[in-house]
Design a protein around this ligand. Sequence first.
Ligand code: 6PG
Length: 473
Amino acid sequence: DLADIGVTGLATMGRNLARNLARHGYAVAVHNRTHSRTQQLVKEFGGEGTFVPSEDLAGFVASLKRPRRAIIMVKAGAGTDAVIDQLAALMEPGDMIVDGGNAHYADTRRREAALRERGLHFVGTGISGGEEGALLGPSIMPGGSAESWEALGPILQDISAKVDGVPCCVHVGPDGAGHFVKMVHNGIEYSDMQLIAESYDLLRQALGVTPSELAGVFREWNKGDLDSYLIEITAEVLEQVDAETGRPFVDIVVDQAEQKGTGRWTVQSALDLGVPVTGIAEATFARALSGHPEQRAAAASLAGPDLSGVDGRELVEDVRQALYASKIVAYAQGFDQMAAASREYGWDLDLGAMATIWRGGCIIRAKFLDRIRAAYDADPHLPTLLADPTFAGALAAAQESWRRVVTTAVRIGVPTPGFSSALAYYDGLRRDRLPASLVQGLRDYFGAHTYRRVDKEGAFHVDWSGDRAERPA
Ligand code: 6PG
């Protein structure tokens, strides 16, 4: 019998996705470059459903029902093009190739266009939720044509996470839209984690509490506005004790954060689109700073403040507020970036739907996303999430705490780039007049770059080196 759908690339994510499909009653064609991995999957999990194993790609493609649906789960990069080429050569018009890796959306756009020419559908899809999500229900963000969505959508929704019975999977938009949205998801993931790390660091340094005591604080926070997967697992990680040394686990891990690139891509794209995603940028740069041990060693003896601790009765609640406010800012920025890309590429993204499919399955899943969805339900053209009445109210309630947290951090010399830059963004956006007018004046002075006036139309230039009179440019 022919398989309903296939998965090639059976590392952890691919294997678990294949099992998820099989558990939902689909006959799943499975293939891996090293065949033993395929055999292992069938041997270990064959009882979970119907797997159709193949030793080579030709056999894999031949084992699929038409129109064929093949999911590639290989490490993003040059290898992906090779697998796509091999698959495409074996396929026929109307067949679908789905790339479920963390590919760059520009690669996805290029691949989609190339395969469309050959009558094939290419669907770049974000899949979030790690190992466990892939198996039990991830958040799925597919791009590609409306036609491919018709054939794939029901299966993807079937295996995705559900929140209140609603699948965490919608058709995101054409070509690279799915991978773009997954990229921003990961950027926000970076920012969420940085803010959590700053909260932990500041409280530990300022109050002298232990990681396991802080685990309790995060567990408490997880009952309120901050209720989310990342806060939940923060408590678990902080509580962990190293078996070998008996020390807190966070103290035996090398303090250099690594990355595979999606956060960096988010920032690169934001620079091109002109969207200030300062939260994601600071998180990405904080990882970069941590990764330069030679500079850190050279700077270790630089002067710092005399003050080390503070009287912290209110600090815990203040940090909770700062974390929530900064999180609102980071998400507002990420959603702005999706809106800008949607305009740039003509994707017609439904921002409320993106919040909906991130409510479950993915790494940034959180109660909070319900509120974002409600904000876009109330006003689909909201210029910034900060202006939504619910968020505006939350920011108003948090801002005094937020300022105290940044002040305290500065006073005792604990770096909080996430909190500080988010607050600067908030203060910048709410300003009546910004000093950008001075920047414009300077640009006009040295480069005759011209400026616009507040009281009339047109571009103007001052003859700075001559009579200093203004003339229309
Ligand atoms: C997810 C995760 C997943 C992966 C990140 C890690 O949504 O399931 O985001 O995609 O864990 O890409 O990224 P870094 O290695 O860059 O931190």
